[in-house]
Design a protein around this ligand. Structure first.
Ligand code: SF4
Length: 321
């Protein structure tokens, strides 16, 4: 399978002035992450708020510049592209947002919303706009009778279907799904997840799927990266990470995910405190103040992501010993 996205040692630091300490500090929003996504594959990015998931998405979309590191799209480094090449490449990367209503212009009909990307990126001739809009609506489970309605006439789930139709209109290679179901009722979440999976099989698009919920990630992903304070702490095939997780943070996340079977109970691992601010990342292992397995080395030495098998990598001193 062709590699669509490769991220290499990507960092995004923000410099801020700490008035109390009277000195500048760096907020390490993303602190040296690497991963790759192949054609037709989904990488799930999971972690608490402040773990760096959304910043990673913005860096790949080129909405913000990295402090260092490289992002390759189909082998081309984003940093080497000029403005015109970047605009051309942007067609290959689309995004499905958490709040579909905010992403749709309330004054435009669905026909206009879907025609706009077709015309900007010259996807089909103007004589074919109508048929292409009908085809897109059909692909996402809506009807051509919806074409002349406005976004407010649709439910949350239907709006997300329109957002997905807009994203696939330009035939992208890669879509960033930024918490695409977290604003929806539980009853429609699985419909949207199934739609995204069906479309992936049909058009061979790759996804970076950002989510808080591990159950959602498990449902849609081929690979998973668990993020904590700007670092990937566990990475691998979804089945391996869920069935043989090794990092104490991943174990805690999995233990706290709801189990649909009322006869089974989770032994929830309760973590101490909240995730610290990325302004004050602890020395050593960033997770050590909350870790129930921490030892002395964890306070002083940062563990790096190391392979524990060909399809599984973990950043924890316990896995080296
Ligand atoms: Fe916990 Fe230490 Fe592993 Fe960090 S390195 S996750 S503190 S055991």
């Amino acid at each position: 399978m062709q590699e669509i996205v490769r991220v290499v040692d990507l960092k995004k630091y923000y410099e801020i002035y700490d008035a109390k300490a009277r000195q500048s500090k760096f907020v390490k929003a993303v602190d040296g992450i690497s991963f790759s996504i192949h054609q037709g594959e989904t990488l799930g990015l999971v972690g608490e708020s402040g773990s760096g998931k959304t910043t990673t998405g913005k860096l790949i979309l080129n909405l913000i510049k990295p402090t260092s590191g490289e992002i390759f799209l189909e082998g081309k480094s984003l940093s080497s592209l000029n403005h015109k090449e970047m605009r051309e490449l942007r067609k290959s990367i689309q995004v499905v947002f958490q709040n579909p209503y905010a992403a749709l212009d309330p004054k435009m009909t669905i026909r206009d919303i879907l025609t706009e990307p077709l015309s900007i990126h010259k996807i089909v001739s103007k004589y074919d706009y109508n048929n292409e809009v009908k085809r897109l609506l059909n692909m996402v489970g809506l009807s051509e009778s919806d074409m002349d309605k406005f976004p407010h006439e649709f439910s949350g789930g239907q709006r997300q279907r329109i957002g997905i139709a807009k994203a696939i209109a330009v035939k992208p290679k890669f879509i960033i799904c930024d918490e695409p179901v977290s604003a929806l009722d539980v009853s429609v979440q699985s419909q949207i997840l199934n739609l995204l999976c069906e479309l992936q099989r049909e058009i061979k698009v790759s996804y970076l799927f950002i989510a808080h919920g591990l159950n959602v990630i498990r449902h849609v992903s081929d690979k998973v990266a668990v993020m904590y304070l700007g670092n990937i702490v566990e990475y691998g095939d979804v089945k391996t990470v869920f069935d043989e997780c090794k990092h104490p943070y991943t174990k805690a996340l999995i233990s706290s995910a709801p189990i649909p079977d009322p006869n089974r109970r989770n032994n929830t691992i309760a973590l101490k405190d909240e995730i610290p601010s990325p302004i004050n990342v602890p020395d050593g292992c960033p997770f050590h103040p909350r870790c129930y397995e921490a030892s002395d080395i964890c306070k002083n030495k940062k563990p790096f992501l190391m392979n524990v098998s060909s399809s599984h990598a973990v950043a924890c001193h316990l896995t080296y010993s």
